[in-house]
Design a protein. Sequence first.
Length: 141
Amino acid sequence: MIQYSLVCENEHKFDAWFRNASAYDEQKVKGIVTCPICTSGDVHKALMAPALSRAKSDKVVVSTGHPQQAELRTAMKALRDKVTSEADYVGDKFASEARKIHDNESEARGIYGEATQDEVSGLVEDGIDFMPLPNLPEDHN
Ligand SMILES: [Zn+2]
């Protein structure tokens, strides 16, 4: 069973249960899915509140989880801790410093810091190796 938050053409919000996602589609096509308040058959799924996102356009990748979630999370945290404890923090100079290291203009070493989306795109275009550090949910305020 799967629960959907639905909204009708008159903005009535209600929850409904379906056997599965295709059951919802089938029933909607047949006009069986109706608003319990005004009986309108013109209903659609309500958008979830973008609570995970800082701005409407700022999308985040989310999943429903994995059986090994806790394990993987620990591993990701260990990886991040290892990187951040052994690499030099260069702040917002990451892109320029990574480029200097790549061009042998700076000492070869591990660094980490922040980069803008444009800088990240530039590094990818120039074939400079880097990896995003995992952002763990516990870091969020
Ligand atoms: Zn309604």
